[in-house]
Design a protein around this ligand. Structure first.
Ligand SMILES: [Mn+2]
Length: 325
């Protein structure tokens, strides 16, 4: 007899295939201006360089590489405590258009960063390509919630504000943002879940509590295990499996011992095994439409650090698209 828990797992694995998930479009975003450390712009080419395209083809995907995003900085007015807003605005605008093109063409989209500010463009592109704003579910896998605003941020780095710029509920906390008129915040907080949090500012903590955002930190993973956390997170944001899933995966969610080459490493994170399990579960929902893979900075640390981080990246991306161990 199926125990209730097993039954939940059965339901998880029997979700309907929403789209043709075997065609994949890859876009690289060599962008580093959402944070201060040079090198993260080399992420896309280094990730391609470890043979990710061939690996994905080997597991049965039809892959199209759309190359890297190019943009021209529109010299916009400065906004207090938002560094390089003009660059972020211009790059994310181009990226949003590219993601819309890929998703409307029926492909699943893999977005290789770059720093996490690029999610402003990728998630905007994804949600814009859907019929209704409520049709998206966002799983944000990260050590940090990236929910700061220019008023709350200690650094002015936009990669720590990316999700706050996407949330409908926070529309009014932002000043007028020059260069970003092409977009508006479209994602409802009830459609967002976090996994892997362990470096949360007090303002972010308040927002998560106030709006009841689904959030699983390391304590929850320790207590319930990654399997149950993944299931509960996905159930919360996509209870009927009819939403299009966007996973925004920051490599710093993984413990910095296993993925050291990243700009804001935090110890005590997900093991590589937990990260792979999480993405295998994501794959098995058949709802994944877009995956951001961000904050891999091959220039940080030793050659060995960089190789270890890129190998972890490869395992994680393969798991998200159906590689079975
Ligand atoms: Mn992040």
């Amino acid at each position: 007899m199926l125990r209730p828990h097993s039954w939940n797992l059965f339901r998880l694995f029997s979700r309907k295939v929403a789209t043709d998930s075997r065609r994949l479009g890859i876009v690289g975003v060599p962008f580093e201006k959402g944070q201060p450390k040079p090198g993260v712009q080399d992420g896309p080419d280094h990730i391609r360089g470890i043979g990710i395209i061939k690996d994905l083809e080997d597991i049965g995907l039809e892959v199209t590489d759309y190359g890297n995003i190019n943009y021209e900085n529109t010299k916009t007015a400065c906004i207090k405590n938002m560094k390089n807003l003009g660059d972020v605005a211009a790059c994310t605008k181009v990226l949003s258009g590219k993601v819309q093109h890929i998703i409307r063409g029926g492909e699943t989209c893999l977005i290789l960063g770059g720093d996490h500010s690029i999610a402003i463009g990728s998630i905007d592109g994804h949600v814009t390509s859907l019929e209704s704003d409520d049709d998206i579910a966002v799983l944000w896998v990260d050590a940090h919630p990236d929910l700061n605003t220019n008023a709350s941020s200690c650094t002015g780095n936009i990669h720590g504000m990316a999700l706050a710029m996407l949330c409908k509920e926070l529309t009014d906390v932002w000043p007028y943002l020059p260069g970003m008129d092409w977009r508006k915040p479209r994602v409802s907080m009830k459609n967002i879940a976090y996994v892997g949090l362990r470096s949360v500012d007090s303002y972010e903590r308040e927002l998560i509590k106030k709006y009841g955002i689904t959030a699983f930190g390391m304590h929850d993973i320790e207590k319930y295990g990654i399997f149950e956390v993944a299931e509960r997170a996905l159930e919360a944001i996509n209870p009927h499996s009819n939403r299009s899933l966007h996973v925004s995966f920051d490599i710093d969610s993984i413990d910095s011992l296993e993925a050291p080459s990243t700009g804001t490493p935090v110890r005590g994170g997900l093991t590589l095994r937990e990260g792979i399990s999480l993405l295998e579960i994501v794959h098995n929902t058949n709802t994944l439409k877009a995956l951001d893979f961000v904050e891999v900075n091959p220039c940080l640390g030793s050659t060995e650090d960089s190789t270890r981080t890129l190998e972890a990246t490869k395992h994680l991306i393969k798991a998200a698209f159906g590689y079975s161990r």
